[in-house]
Design a protein around this ligand. Sequence first.
Ligand SMILES: Nc1ncnc2c1ncn2[C@@H]1O[C@H](COP(=O)(O)OP(=O)(O)OP(=O)(O)O)[C@@H](O)[C@H]1O
Ligand SMILES: [Mg+2]
Length: 233
Amino acid sequence: MLELSGVQSGYGETRVLHGMTFRARPGRVLAILGRNGAGKSTTLKTVMGLLPATAGQISFQGRPLHRERPHRIARMGLGYVPETRDIFASLTVRENLDLAARRFPVPPGGWTRDRVLDLFPRLGERMGNGGMQLSGGEQQMLAIARTLLMNPRLLILDEPTEGLAPIIVRLIHDRLMDLKRTGLSMVLVEQNFGFATSLADDVVIVSKGQAVWSGGPSDIRADTGAQHRWLGV
Ligand SMILES: Nc1ncnc2c1ncn2[C@@H]1O[C@H](COP(=O)(O)OP(=O)(O)OP(=O)(O)O)[C@@H](O)[C@H]1O
Ligand SMILES: [Mg+2]
């Protein structure tokens, strides 16, 4: 579904990705794990066209992505929830949702405002609140809801649980599990090992801008050596 091959990218003169290679398969959840600064967010930003790939190939459903503009990449069906959540703080929950819904047509059986509110009823109670008044968990729910309204074929999440209380982490976990059950393909970057491995079908570990390990969630749970070496667990 999404395939990276030998991708290099970085910030100005600083190269961060040194030949990133992995693939995400349709209908599956791929977890990308790795220490702070390993290049996980840089990988996602490069996929989304927010940073240019200076070498290598990125393709989505067989079509090259690495020369496309970010808005084109989103139109092709990649929905991205960044680390920063990027909701509009000055707009209400309703306005944030409507803005997302208006930009993208709803395919048959697709995500509508009612459907995302069924997934996150808490947002329904907060419709008139401004983005700034939301808790971290509510902001994350809104960020995911907005992205679903774009009806992506692949949902890409960068550390959705960062900074959230355990009860909210649990809730986000269960909702992502619901999404997985619908067959939605996902790429999940996470520091929370338990969270990531319980959702993932496939795992790739990134270190110093390269994929250094790949396997299944049970493989990495059993491989304490790899955990210690690559994740510092
Ligand atoms: N805007 C930027 N300008 C310059 N260097 C950056 C920028 N953002 C990240 N970097 C550097 O790129 C490297 C990889 O960062 P990246 O954000 O991809 O890591 P990460 O794996 O997502 O880590 P974390 O788990 O902390 O989010 C780090 O050395 C970081 O300092
Ligand atoms: Mg990051």
